[in-house]
Write a protein that binds this ligand. Structure first.
Ligand SMILES: C=C1C[C@]23C[C@@]1(O)CC[C@H]2[C@@]12CC[C@H](O)[C@@](C)(C(=O)O1)[C@H]2[C@@H]3C(=O)O
Ligand SMILES: O=C(O)CCC(=O)C(=O)O
Ligand SMILES: [Fe+2]
Length: 382
């Protein structure tokens, strides 16, 4: 019998941590407080009773399965990603790879209906499914951002007494929106929609026996500045494969929904990876870099990654709520004090996006905009 040492028990406990689950049908001021706590302590949380209709989700999921089930050559018609389209294994433009295929779409409806012609044999059905899903999930994102603003004491709306306004009501009532949600309600918002499909590891391994896949390229990282040969939690230790390498999301807020296959892991601290249990009935929400900057570091944009499952395929759908390109991002004045001066210099989303997209997935983007304190400058010069 193997007896666990206290340290091992501690590590196991860390790995069992469950994300906060927030019930959006509960009393609003209570919900606001819980969301602020979750964003400050975890940067991630799950929501239930979110108001996104089940048939809207099912329709989108079925269209997505339909697309990924097509032969490779047909899927390629929707590619390559420039900046939208179909991608397989390559992520971004700087050499990152993973065991994933995906569709990356703008949330602009004209763009979606154009793109649908290369994605589906029934483009109208596909674009209607995407439109319905994006409208509902954007509503949820606005609702959550408004609750965050309330919880931070930044915004008091005329409807504070209402405990039942749904996500969809919130999306349409642009007269009452917070400093956060108005960015993604703006007609020029730069939000994205991404559908990821991670085939099972077994399938991947079968392909390995006949061809050299891009995974081999990924493992040969010895010349990369990010090569960590002694990393104690290397995802390949247990024959796992990286589906989507570690990164933080650059935007304001991400609303993620997956099927019942796990693989998503978050890293609350360097070298620690906590699995997020999959639950198709919930949305998993995470703070992006822009929200971390706007809250002056009160909310955390946490690194995460996806490991492929050996036997089952994971599918996830992510809405990334982003500001218009010209919007200036700066810490909210109420969150800047003498004791807590501004952590980041103001930047436009266009500027941030440009530098974010010039970096590898695992690099820290926000650090490029960090204002260093005098003592930090002295230390870095020493
Ligand atoms: C390597 C990259 C892929 C990415 C753009 C980037 O240069 C760095 C951020 C990556 C990310 C992570 C969250 C989203 O999935 C994404 C669409 C985004 O906005 O930033 C991806 C980008 C991508 O896949 O193009
Ligand atoms: O597929 C997932 O669960 C997460 C994907 C992700 O982090 C992303 O697309 O940015
Ligand atoms: Fe992500």
């Amino acid at each position: 019998m193997v007896v666990a040492t206290p340290t091992q028990i501690h590590i196991e406990k860390i790995r069992e941590v469950e994300l906060p689950i927030i019930d959006l049908s509960a009393e609003r001021s209570e919900v606001s407080k819980l969301i602020v706590k979750a964003c400050s302590e975890f940067g991630f949380f799950k929501v239930i009773n979110h108001g996104v209709p089940e048939d809207v989700i099912t329709r989108m999921e079925e269209e997505s399965y339909g697309f990924f089930a097509k032969p490779g050559c047909e899927k390629q018609r929707a590619g390559p990603v420039n900046p939208y389209g179909y991608g397989s294994k390559n992520i971004g433009f700087n050499g990152d790879v993973g065991e994933v295929e995906y569709l990356l779409l703008s949330t602009n409806f004209v763009s979606i209906s154009q793109r649908s012609k290369t994605i589906s044999n029934d483009p109208l059905k596909f674009s209607c499914a995407v439109r319905g899903y994006i409208e509902a999930v954007r509503g949820l994102a606005c609702e959550l951002l408004d609750l965050m603003a309330k919880g931070l004491g930044l915004w008091v709306s005329s409807d504070t007494s209402s405990s039942s306004s749904s996500a969809l009501d919130s999306a349409s009532s642009s007269s009452s929106s917070s400093v956060f949600s108005q960015l993604i309600r703006d007609v020029d918002n730069d939000s994205l929609f991404r559908i990821n499909h991670y085939p099972p590891l077994i399938l991947t391994n079968l392909k390995h026996t006949t061809t050299t896949t891009t995974l081999d390229k990924e493992e040969d990282t010895s010349s990369s500045p990010f090569h960590h040969p002694h990393h104690h939690d290397h995802p390949n230790d247990n024959n796992n494969r990286i589906g989507f390498g570690e990164h933080s999301d650059p935007q304001i807020l991400t609303i993620l929904r997956s099927n019942d296959v796990g693989g998503l892991q978050i890293s609350p601290e360097n070298g620690v990876w906590v699995p997020v249990s999959p639950d198709p009935a919930t949305f998993c929400v995470n703070v992006g870099d822009v929200l971390q900057a706007m809250t002056n570091g009160r909310f955390m944009s946490v690194r995460h990654r996806v490991i492929t499952n050996p036997y089952k395929s994971r599918m996830s759908m992510a809405y990334f709520g982003a500001p218009p390109l010209h919007a200036t991002i700066a810490a909210i004045p109420e969150l800047v004090t003498q004791c807590r001066p501004s952590l980041y210099r103001p930047f436009t989303w266009s500027e941030y996006k440009k530098s974010a997209y010039s970096l590898r997935l695992r690099e820290s983007r926000l650090n490029l905009f960090r204002i260093l304190e005098d003592d930090e400058i002295a230390r870095s010069n020493a």
